[in-house]
Design a protein around this ligand. Structure first.
Ligand SMILES: [Zn+2]
Length: 367
């Protein structure tokens, strides 16, 4: 049976100053909010969150997130939220705290509200948490029974964050269309275990088109700390379009190569979306996509400042032993690379990684 499934968050609220409507948006979830976020994110937002919740008679309990979305941190937050008698969870910040918040809410069977302060990944919309080890190595995907109940995306806050986050989000969003297209070709199942819909496939394509059209303008605006209409579109593409696109169309080689690269310690300083951008280039090489398309991606990446070589993601000494270690991780059973429209072996991934690095280097040398 070819059953199609599309999943998405229940409510998506975006705009400058959106955080001031948080209380209004959450008032049906209960009277006590357990709010977790990184130190910086909470410092910037705590006052506004508390004020908005108070206006709607919701109490706030804050707990600083310790930085890694790993089992021990999820357990610690769950214990704190339970002790506080939380009616719902609010996760404020970037990908890791968002994933941790979703996991905690799922384990407690409570609603979860996401307040992204950066648009660096497509984590906010999904019913998926990426669990790492305490050392930051990819461990597993935790599939949640439902998507976040609410997203409140304040574009004025996101526009003031360092531009590298927005650019990294574009790297994550760049993979969405190519992975969706590969999954559609192979009739691979999407994250909720169904086949893709024309809706999700076209949202993935729209995500790519918006990146090409508005990516550079958005990057330039955020360098000045302002949210122009181009920034609004890119935040929506990075967060909503990429989120629905990847989740309801499926992941493939680009993310599997990202996950494989995390076995190399030297890649830990580059962001998720930066590694995904290089993974996308390797995906295109692996799938033998047209040269014009590869050049379009290279041009986009270099215009917005995304990496196209191994050195740019920290692998300055890519020995055959290291790259084979990555390739073997990429091809482990259950990895998303097996959603490609053909069988993939470690040797093929090894070749694609070196092939992408060579193309990226040659492109940079020509500029
Ligand atoms: Zn991603």
């Amino acid at each position: 049976m070819s059953i199609k499934i599309l999943i998405s968050p229940s409510r998506y609220v975006q705009g400058p100053g959106a955080i001031h409507s948080l209380g209004e948006q959450v008032k049906t979830f209960g009277q006590k909010a357990f709010i977790t976020g990184g130190k910086t994110a909470l410092k910037e937002t705590r006052g506004d969150i508390e004020k908005s919740l108070k206006e709607h008679n919701v109490d706030s309990v804050f707990e600083v997130f310790r930085g890694e979305c790993c089992d021990s941190e999820i357990e610690r937050l769950k214990a704190a939220a339970t002790a506080a008698g939380a009616d719902f969870i609010v996760a404020v910040g970037g990908g890791k705290v968002i994933d941790a918040g979703k996991a905690v809410a799922c384990l407690m069977n409570k609603p979860v509200v996401i307040v992204p302060t950066i648009a660096a990944t497509d984590a906010p919309c999904s019913a998926l948490a990426v669990i790492y080890t305490e050392e930051g190595v990819f461990d597993r995907y935790f599939i949640l029974p439902q998507n976040p109940n609410l997203l409140v995306v304040d574009t004025a806050i996101i526009a003031k964050a360092p531009v590298r986050f927005l650019v990294s989000g574009m790297g994550d969003a760049l993979a969405t269309w190519f992975e969706a297209d590969s999954c559609a070709k192979s009739a691979a199942k999407n994250i909720p275990g169904g086949y893709t819909t024309v809706t999700a496939l076209n949202l993935a394509r729209l995500c790519y088109d918006i990146l090409l059209e508005y990516g550079e303008a958005a990057k330039l605006a955020v360098e000045r700390g302002v949210a122009t209409p181009a920034v609004e579109k890119i935040i929506e593409a990075n967060t909503l379009l990429s989120g629905i696109g990847f989740e309801s169309s499926g992941l493939a080689a680009a993310h599997a190569i990202h996950d494989g690269l995390t076995v190399l310690e030297e890649t830990h300083h580059s962001y998720h979306g930066e590694k995904v951008a290089f993974g996308t280039l390797a995906h295109l090489v692996l799938e033998d996509r047209p040269w014009a398309e590869i050049n379009e991606v290279l041009d986009f990446c270099t215009r917005v400042g995304l990496p196209v070589t191994l050195a740019q993601i920290g692998v300055t000494d890519p020995t055959p032993e290291k790259i084979m270690r990555v390739a073997e991780k990429v091809c482990e059973p259950g990895m998303m690379v097996h959603n490609m429209p053909f069988p993939v072996t470690p040797q093929m991934v090894y070749n694609a990684i070196y092939g992408a690095d060579a193309i990226g280097k040659a492109y940079l040398a020509k500029r």
